[in-house]
Design a protein around this ligand. Structure first.
Ligand code: FAD
Ligand code: DHB
Length: 391
């Protein structure tokens, strides 16, 4: 088997890269460990930056996104029982975010790939990478009990944080930058109309809470919890009670409740490796970097990486120009570190840290009041949240 680009992972990064390459006439094969049903059902991110939406629409995979995505021009910061609206569009010259589930993006990209007759292999096993430092790297894998080898000009490691591509880089070659947070998020999806038209990021003595949504009938909610929390310790009644307590306002706002159809706990970490390239292997998305979800950035960062990578590969295949590939890591890392800072800042401002004393709490409240009342401070949040065009 031969192709121009071997892509490991059919998450947003791998699928979008395959699509953007195809638009330039470049062939690829996408290898995915899980089944199609599994990746299409995996509930994760929900917030798309303006630039992510524009790219998906320009690339011809944004029709359903434009029909069903919920465009938001603002968000709410809630603390001390009061809401404060951040007018994202007013502060950013009219830009906005769109709420559209990551698994819907994945479904749209899989449909586009299969409609175009592109190679997308699910349920592959034992993926290993070879000859990354040569001119013809190989990806070996098993499928349906048989061994296969894919020879290609380049390999794209789009296999997420727990994938094999980053691990294939020789020890000592990469610098690793990492921070673990002493808490996690418990996320639920509930069959009930959202209780607010916009997202609510809530700071509370008992911990952070987030009200988001997926559609006019589906609400997505998150609670800060202990990092080693067992999901069994959170029966539905306890989740609703905690959400009601943290999100309560002085002004009669009520949280709608309904059947919980999905529940999960997500650890929180910041993680970056440098550089994002080893020989002919390029890392993109969560395989190279993780951000805590408070800034809603992981998916958007994966999209930003593959936009740069597809342009660079396009220039190389069009006429052997290596400059884009040589600049790939540095170009992406500038955005990665901006987003790392923003995600760390939002996380630090909105969560209770074990061991925090009243001084820490006063600083957090002061920061929240400042962001809610100063146009300059609110603009900092807004322009990062909708996505910076230049970093
Ligand atoms: P992934 O989506 O992880 O895809 C990697 C793929 O590779 C997977 O399909 C995996 O099965 C496959 N794979 C793994 N190992 C192998 C292997 N050995 N061989 C073959 N295939 C393999 N981001 C946002 O932008 N906004 C948000 O609002 C947001 N909220 C989030 C909320 C939660 C609860 C979580 C968990 C994440 C959130 N994120 C958010 C982050 C976002 O989901 C990720 O950053 C995004 O999925 C990264 O895409 P990716 O394609 O790089 O990796
Ligand atoms: C969602 C997830 C996030 O991490 C976030 O910051 C905002 C919204 C969501 O899943 O809807």
């Amino acid at each position: 088997m031969d192709t121009q680009v071997g892509i490991v992972g059919a998450g947003p990064a791998g699928l979008l890269l395959a699509h953007l390459l195809r638009l330039q006439g470049i062939e690829s094969v996408v290898l995915e460990a899980r089944s199609r049903e599994y990746v299409e059902a995996r509930v994760r991110a929900g917030v798309l930056e303006q630039g992510t939406v524009d790219l998906l629409v320009e690339a011809g995979v944004g029709d359903r996104l434009r029909r069903e995505g919920l465009v938001h021009h603002g968000l709410e910061l809630r603390f001390d029982g009061q809401g404060h609206r951040i007018d994202l569009s007013d502060l950013t010259g009219g830009r906005a975010i769109t709420v559209y589930g990551q698994q819907e993006v994945v479904k749209d990209l899989i449909a586009a790939r299969l409609d175009a007759g592109g190679e997308l292999l699910f349920e592959v096993e034992d993926v290993t990478l070879h000859d990354l430092e040569g001119e013809e790297p190989a990806v070996r894998f098993r499928r349906d009990g048989a061994d296969h080898e894919l020879r290609c000009a380049f390999v794209a490691g789009c296999d997420g944080f727990h994938g094999v591509c980053r691990e294939a880089i020789p020890a000592g070659t990469l610098s690793v930058f990492e921070r673990e947070y002493p808490f996690a998020w418990l996320g639920i999806l509930a069959e009930v109309a959202p209780s607010s038209e916009e997202l609510i990021y809530c700071y509370h003595e008992r911990g952070f809470a987030l009200h988001s949504m997926r559609s006019p009938r589906l609400t997505r909610l998150y609670l800060q919890c202990a990092p080693d929390e067992e999901i069994d310790a959170w029966p539905d009644a306890r989740i609703w009670e905690e959400l009601r307590t943290r999100l309560a306002t002085g002004g009669g706002w009520t949280l709608g409740e309904g059947p919980i159809v999905e529940k999960g706990i997500t650890p929180m970490r910041s993680f970056v490796v440098e550089p994002l390239r080893h020989g002919r292997l390029f890392l993109a998305g969560d395989s190279a970097h993780i951000v805590p979800p408070t800034g809603a950035k992981g998916l958007n960062l994966a999209v930003a990486d593959v936009r740069v990578l597809s342009d660079a590969l396009g220039r190389w295949f069009a006429g052997g120009d290596p400059s884009g590939l040589d600049a790939y890591s540095d170009t992406c890392l500038r955005r990665v570190w901006r987003v790392q800072h923003f995600s760390w800042w939002m996380t630090s401002m909105l969560h209770r840290f074990p061991g925090d004393d009243p001084f820490d709490g006063r600083l957090q409240r002061s920061q929240l009041r400042y962001v809610s009342s100063s146009r300059a401070a609110a603009t900092t949040l807004a322009e990062n949240y909708v996505g910076l065009e230049l970093v």
